[in-house]
Structure formats: C-alpha cells, structure tokens
Design a protein around this ligand. Sequence first.
Ligand code: HEC
Ligand code: HEC
Ligand code: HEC
Ligand code: HEC
Length: 163
Amino acid sequence: MVRWRACFQALLTVGLCACPIGFANVLPAAAAEMPSTYVGSKVCMGCHPKEYDSFSKYSKKAHSSQSIKIMAPKLSPEELTGCFACHTTGYGKPGGFVSFEKTPELADAGCEVCHGPGSDHADAGGDPNLIQSKLAMAQCESCHNADRVRTFNFKPMLFAGAH
Ligand code: HEC
Ligand code: HEC
Ligand code: HEC
Ligand code: HEC
C-alpha cells in the first residue's frame, strides 16, 4: 500500500512510475486481497434451507450463545469476552462478532465457523470456489482443542454436529 501511494505520487510529480511491479498489476491485486466477511447463518438459509434446517435442529452450535449467556451473571466482563472466540462466529476477525447488541446475527457459532466467511460466496450467487467445503480436523481444533477433548472425553468427527 505504501509503495502504491509512493508510486502514485511519483507518477503525479514526475510522470513516471518506478514500481518494480507493473502499474496494471497493482489495482487488481489490491482488490483481490479484500477478505470475504461474515454474514451469519440466516443469509446461508436463503439458498441452503435443508442444511440450515438440520443445523438449527440438531447442532449445539446453533444455540452456543445460550451456553455463555446462561453463565454470564457469574462471569466478569473479561471472562465473558474469553468465551466469544469459540461460542460466536468470527470474533476478533474482520467482519466478525463484536457484541450481542451490535452483531446479533453472529451470536452463535454458525455455518461460517466451519466454512469460513461467506460474503463473497453469497454475493456471487453461490460461487463454489469462494467458500470452503473441504475441511480438515485442524480447523476444528481451534475450538475443540486438546484440553477440551480431555475434559469432555470427546473428540468430534469431521462430519458430526453440523448437518
Ligand atoms: C469457532 C469454534 C468452533 C469451531 C471452529 C468448531 N466448533 Fe464444534 N462446537 C463449538 C462449540 C462452542 C460447541 C458447543 C456449543 C454449545 O453447546 O454451546 C460445539 C459443538 C460441537 C459438537 C457437539 C455436538 C453437537 O450437537 O453440536 C460437535 C460434534 C462439533 N462441535 C463438531 C465440530 C467439527 C467436526 C468441527 C470442524 C469441522 C467443529 N466442530 C468446529 C465450536 C466450534
Ligand atoms: C477454546 C474454545 C472454547 C472457549 C474459549 C469456551 N468454550 Fe464453551 N465449549 C467449547 C466447546 C468445543 C464445547 C463443546 C464440548 C466440547 O466438545 O468440548 C463447549 C461447551 C460449553 C458448554 C456446555 C454446553 C452443553 O450443551 O453441555 C457450556 C455451558 C460452555 N461451553 C460455556 C462456556 C463459557 C461460559 C465460556 C467462557 C467462560 C466458554 N464456554 C469458553 C469451546 C469453548
Ligand atoms: C461443524 C462444521 C460445519 C458447520 C457448522 C456447517 N457445515 Fe456445512 N459442511 C461441513 C462438512 C464437513 C461438509 C462436507 C464437506 C465434504 O463433503 O467434503 C459440509 C458440506 C456442506 C455443503 C455441501 C453439500 C453437502 O451437504 O455436502 C453445504 C451446501 C453446506 N455444508 C452448507 C452449510 C450451511 C448452510 C451451514 C449452516 C446452516 C453449514 N454448512 C454448517 C461442516 C460444517
Ligand atoms: C445466493 C445463494 C447462496 C447463498 C446466500 C449461499 N450459498 Fe452456498 N451455494 C450456493 C449454490 C448455488 C451452491 C452450489 C454451487 C455449485 O455446486 O455449483 C453453493 C454451494 C455451497 C457449498 C459447497 C461448495 C462446493 O465446493 O461444492 C458450501 C459449503 C456452501 N455453499 C456454503 C454456504 C454458506 C456457509 C453460506 C452462508 C455463509 C452460503 N453457502 C450462502 C448458493 C448460495
């Protein structure tokens, strides 16, 4: 970005671009780096009613904000914030959960905790190249980590708990 601005200034003043990469390459590259953001499971519902229906009925994730709300009165604000990374969608990431008031659509751990942020996929009418569908256990482990597996004596299967 800094190089781009410097380059632009150089172009204005000298009429010459000294960028090592070609001018034409700069803009598309910057646009492609704009990350997809979180939209919430209800947006997915519009085009994937079957997955949404079974997710809402059978997955505990669909109600994971309840688990922390129930315990909230016994927690300090800092402790409550510590729950968000796993019990909500995209906390601390671009376009992710901020608070129950500001981002109610991301309050539960929704479709996008597994499939990744879905705005690009949704905006493109469901382009399959813009959403993750091949998942690995490593992606579950940020939340289902070793400590928790030991505590609950329970290791999830890749396809379980979703749809
Ligand atoms: C962002 C954190 C997060 C990620 C990533 C995540 N999970 Fe979960 N998962 C949870 C939470 C939180 C619960 C418990 C919800 C509750 O009961 O409040 C849960 C519950 C479950 C359960 C319990 C059974 C049920 O009915 O839901 C299974 C099975 C499960 N997850 C599987 C997986 C698998 C497989 C992956 C990876 C493909 C995965 N999870 C990724 C947070 C996550
Ligand atoms: C590192 C991720 C992570 C963090 C942080 C986390 N949880 Fe969880 N929580 C889970 C997962 C995953 C499960 C599902 C059980 C399992 O597989 O371990 C779960 C299950 C639960 C359950 C049980 C729900 C049920 O149906 O039995 C409650 C209640 C809960 N969490 C509350 C909290 C609270 C309150 C906090 C913050 C103080 C918190 N969790 C922080 C990942 C997390
Ligand atoms: C716990 C992780 C997890 C969650 C949460 C989850 N999925 Fe999936 N999803 C998967 C896995 C694993 C696959 C299978 C990928 C494969 O076949 O390799 C999959 C496949 C899919 C597919 C491809 C068609 C199919 O059924 O195989 C669609 C569409 C889909 N999910 C939509 C959704 C929607 C919509 C939600 C929310 C309502 C959701 N998913 C929530 C893990 C998850
Ligand atoms: C505007 C409609 C639309 C919305 C909104 C939408 N999808 Fe899709 N999605 C599709 C269509 C259509 C396909 C099938 C593409 C194909 O097979 O060619 C698809 C395919 C998928 C797949 C499978 C991709 C593959 O490799 O086969 C997954 C996973 C998925 N969607 C998840 C989601 C999730 C998660 C959300 C919400 C964040 C979502 N979708 C929102 C239309 C949508």
